[in-house]
Design a protein around this ligand. Structure first.
Ligand SMILES: [Zn+2]
Length: 232
């Protein structure tokens, strides 16, 4: 099989570690196919390897506290009640390519995951996106800040992400090109998940658009994908 772009530039040691983590991941997690999807070994391995890329230098413990991955054949419909800042509750119907629940399952559309694996949407990867939410939710509900390492400075993180989030909104207000997927403008949590997608699949773009965010993600993930793809 042609290797997916998301794994480009990994060295022999990193590849061996990724294989080892993926194997453990497959042991610890359960895969459930929905709507008649038969989760083949190929599908499970593809999801596991991408999920483990995020924690390559963090460890599998970062995915503790939940076990299930549910896979739909294609984008799936969810309906939920959303409460806004004024307390108004509205009912929303959405079609999603992925979803992560606090202490619950990760839900993915295989159709979306497969096209991302093939690199059909540059900078986008639904598996990376949903597992980034899982990391964010390690310290409570998703708010765009996963538990930082003790060597990191919380204020630097907040500054980098707040500035970038504001800048993205400014670009949109002025009808400028957003630089990254506009979905990042939805909330700080989505900004973190979307910037993680770019970090792993189009690192040079993120580094160019939001260098301070890129730098914080290097510190958090303990990886530098831009450097490894430049070394190709
Ligand atoms: Zn999201």
């Amino acid at each position: 099989m042609h290797e997916a772009r998301v794994f480009h530039g990994l060295g022999a040691v990193e590849r061996a570690r990724l294989r080892e983590l993926s194997t453990l991941f497959l042991h610890r997690k359960t895969f459930t196919g929905s709507q008649g999807l038969d989760v083949s070994t190929g599908i499970a391995v593809a999801v596991a390897a991408q999920a483990c890329l995020l924690i390559l230098d963090l460890g599998l413990d970062y995915y503790d506290g939940w076990v299930e991955i549910i896979i739909y054949p294609g984008p799936f419909r969810v309906s939920k009640d959303v409460t806004d800042a004024t307390g108004l509750v509205s009912h929303q119907e959405q079609v999603l390519g992925g979803e992560s629940w606090l202490q619950g399952p990760v839900i993915l559309s295989w159709d979306t995951a497969a096209s991302d694996l093939a690199g059909l949407r540059p900078g986008q990867n639904v598996v990376v996106h949903e597992f980034a939410h899982k990391l964010d939710m390690l310290n409570g509900s998703a708010n765009g800040m996963p538990p930082l390492h003790s060597s990191m400075i919380r204020q630097h993180w907040t500054q980098a992400f707040t500035d970038a989030f504001d800048q993205l909104h400014q670009r949109l207000a002025q009808h400028h090109h957003p630089g990254i997927n506009v979905y990042a403008a939805t909330s700080p949590a989505e900004f973190f998940a979307v910037s993680s997608e770019y970090f792993f699949t189009a690192p040079a773009t993120l580094q160019h658009q939001f260098p301070a965010v890129y730098e914080q993600l290097v510190l958090f993930y303990r990886q530098d994908p831009a450097r490894r793809s430049a070394a190709q």
